[in-house]
Ligand binder design. Structure first.
Ligand code: FAD
Length: 430
């Protein structure tokens, strides 16, 4: 049987960032297993490319601030455009709450302004419709847009250069635990029911995850090969799939996988196509919760990316994109309602990916109580890329040093869901 130090389950942006940081902290023998490293269904490859630190929870602000500072340090490499986030409000109470968070955000070093509706029209002549509905806006010039694929590739490259092995087409299929009351033995992970339970070890106060079982297809062969790897530490970075893994360890996750759709809007028939300023816009979040930004930079770009979260979308692993219907029902009416420039635009294409959503819309990170060598980092809703560097930096320190350093993620631990007082509600979630 193969032996490694650390197995990271999931090679999305979070698993890759953790691999890099653990290797940088001197951990050797790290293996990342993923059923598809090209990320066809991974959220990391299906997202909207927004990057901001302007959240309402200190831990989210801090981890995103660290990540944005890192993006800023290598703008070219990550295609980081500090083009800002404009957030429009039509509800006085919500706007007041946004105003009340400014001191917190400014104390964290973020540049955030409140804009009157007149200031919005001055800065964004593009927004020329139904402004009487608005009560104001926030504007954060340090936020912006990122190329998420470049970020994940960077983490992986850096990790590989330090000896981390990324195993593609390896499906995490089972775990062997010991000293987990009632759960010891081999348990298949990704089947609906437990297929097999082998042997039971003596119970102890702290359970351990002893082995990981993966299956993978051998190139050129029909058969599927099973591999058992014994490991000292395991990290669950399976994004929206994390609860499936947790469930087989007897852990109840509160995360739900929820479909989110994005489309590309063709504006070549409108003034937006020829207006150089429009091509330099950052993210605009409309009061209707539609968000949009130019896709591709420069005056030649005639596409916008627009996303909208359909309220009450049922949880599930649904990757079906609703196509033109999504554009016509949810996107175009909202764009045209706010800007006459979108009166003439068309649907190009789009896609659906998964948000891993918790009840308070903050992520889950930290050690897993009851299983001494299991850690987790997942469920970052619509924030995983912009939080990746900060979360991985802090959690890798916790794993290696046994304690958090300057950035403390304790509040993101799964224990918070035991009591509602400890939830970290993020209402700026889109
Ligand atoms: C439409 C949309 C828009 C978004 N917009 C933004 C945005 O603007 N900015 C931002 O920061 N974030 C955004 N997000 C969120 C962000 O993309 C995610 O939070 C982030 O990518 C999560 O990364 P991850 O590594 O946790 O998960 P993933 O990228 O999903 O990676 C999980 C990996 O686990 C693997 N896996 C699953 N099951 C198994 C198994 N049994 N065995 C082996 N491997 C397995 C998968 O193949 C996958 O590669 C958006 C997400 C979506 C869907």
């Amino acid at each position: 049987m193969e032996r490694v130090n650390v197995v990271i389950a999931g090679g999305g942006v979070i698993g890759s960032a953790l691999a890099m940081f653990l290797a940088r902290r001197g951990v050797c023998d790290i293996q990342v297993v993923d059923l598809d490293l090209s990320g066809l269904y991974a959220s990391s490859e299906l997202n909207a490319g927004g990057a901001r630190a302007t959240w309402w929870q200190p831990v989210n602000i801090e981890t995103c601030r660290m990540t944005l500072d890192f993006f800023r340090s290598q703008r070219e490499l990550f295609g980081f455009q500090e083009a800002g986030y404009l957030w429009l409000y039509d509800d006085a109470d919500r706007f007041e709450r946004a105003r009340s968070k400014l001191p917190l955000q400014r104390d964290a070093g973020l540049d955030v302004e409140l804009l009157s509706v007149e200031a919005v029209t001055d800065r964004y002549p593009l927004l020329d419709r139904h402004l009487e509905e608005l009560v104001g806006a926030t504007w954060s010039p340090g936020d912006g847009l990122i190329n998420p694929n470049a970020v994940r590739s960077y983490y992986r490259r850096e990790a590989e250069a330090l000896g981390v092995r990324f195993l593609n087409r390896h499906y995490l299929d089972g775990v062997v635990t010991e000293r987990v009351p009632g759960l010891s033995g081999l348990r298949r992970v990704c089947a609906v029911d437990i297929i097999e339970v082998e042997g039971v070890d003596a119970l102890d106060e702290s359970g351990r995850l002893r082995e990981i079982l993966t299956t993978h297809r051998v190139p050129g062969e029909q058969r599927v090969r099973e591999t058992r790897v014994s490991c000292e530490v395991v990290l669950n970075c399976l994004g929206a799939w994390s609860p499936i893994f947790s469930a087989k360890l007897g852990l109840r996750d509160v995360t739900e996988a929820i479909r989110r759709q994005i489309c590309l809007v063709d504006v070549h028939g409108s003034d937006l196509a020829t207006d150089a300023d429009s091509a330099e816009l950052g993210m605009i979040v409309d009061s209707s919760d539609l968000y949009f930004h130019p896709s591709g930079r420069g005056p030649e770009s005639s596409q916008f990316l627009a996303g909208y979260s359909i309220p009450d979308e049922a949880p599930g692993f649904d990757f079906e994109y609703d196509g033109k219907e999504f554009f016509e029902e949810f996107v175009w009416p909202r764009l045209a309602h706010r800007s006459s420039s979108f009166e003439r635009c068309g649907h190009l294409r789009g896609w659906a990916g998964l948000y891993a959503v918790t009840p308070d819309c903050s992520g889950v990170a930290g050690p897993v109580p009851g299983i001494a060598n299991l850690f987790e980092a997942h469920s970052f809703t619509g924030r995983g890329v912009m939080q990746s560097y900060g979360v991985a930096c802090a959690l890798s320190e916790r794993i290696v040093e046994g304690r958090y350093g300057a950035c403390d993620l304790s509040s993101l631990g799964r224990e918070r869901f035991e009591s509602r007082d400890r939830w970290l509600p993020e209402t700026l979630h889109i």
